[in-house]
Ligand binder design. Structure first.
Ligand SMILES: [Zn+2]
Length: 201
């Protein structure tokens, strides 16, 4: 058994930090130490920000985004094109698209992808909400902006089938050569997708 170096309070901080994605026990100890050393500059404002987040942030009942207002500010933004719903797996994907400023429509967060082996079926994701939204007369297109993984693509396939009766146009993201990408460095799958999705110039 490893000897305890610090008190239970610090151990607790380390254990909780270690549960965050991307942080193992070693990084969690470093992060905890940084927080404790920078009490006023880091620990206090962070604990206040977390307390505020806990108190005020809610999941948007329409799209699944997180915000302090409900429906979220994206859903309430009247400049957005309500005829286009962009479907993403996670909120992080929504944030990435918003950072790029490329989406004029509104979003729908599924909360993951289909993964039968992990027991994640349509009922574990926000699928019924999407079908319901897509069935309203103001929606004309659903863009499936899902990950280019096996799970993401099989989820896209499933959603395409489910959306068919609604009559909306279902589209997917293009796959191919990334901006600044050199062909020599690309994997075979990306190259094959780029060749398949070639366009006339
Ligand atoms: Zn929303």
């Amino acid at each position: 058994m490893s000897r305890k170096i610090s008190g239970p309070e610090i151990e607790r901080v380390v254990q909780l930090l270690a549960r965050l994605p991307g942080l193992g026990p070693r990084s969690a100890r470093k992060a905890a130490l940084a927080l404790l050393k920078k009490r006023n500059e880091l620990l206090l404002p962070l604990s206040e920000a977390l307390a505020t987040a806990l108190e005020k942030i809610v999941e948007c009942p329409v799209c699944g985004n997180l915000d302090t207002i409900s429906p979220c500010s994206l859903c309430q933004d009247l400049r957005r094109d309500r005829s286009l719903i962009v479907v993403v797996e996670e909120i992080g994907d929504l944030w990435a698209l918003e950072r790029a400023g490329v989406v004029s429509g509104v979003y729908h967060v599924l909360g993951g992808h289909l993964s039968p082996l992990d027991g994640i079926g349509p009922d574990q994701l926000n699928v019924s909400g999407l079908i319901e939204r897509a069935g309203t007369s103001e929606v004309s297109e659903v863009l499936l902006a899902l990950n280019a993984t096996v799970e993401g693509q099989s989820t896209a396939h499933y959603l395409t089938e489910q959306l068919e009766p609604t009559g909306v146009i279902v589209s997917r993201l293009a796959q191919g050569v990334p901006i600044g990408g050199e062909l020599d460095y690309l994997d075979e799958g990306t190259l094959a997708a780029a060749i398949k999705a070639r366009r006339r110039v």
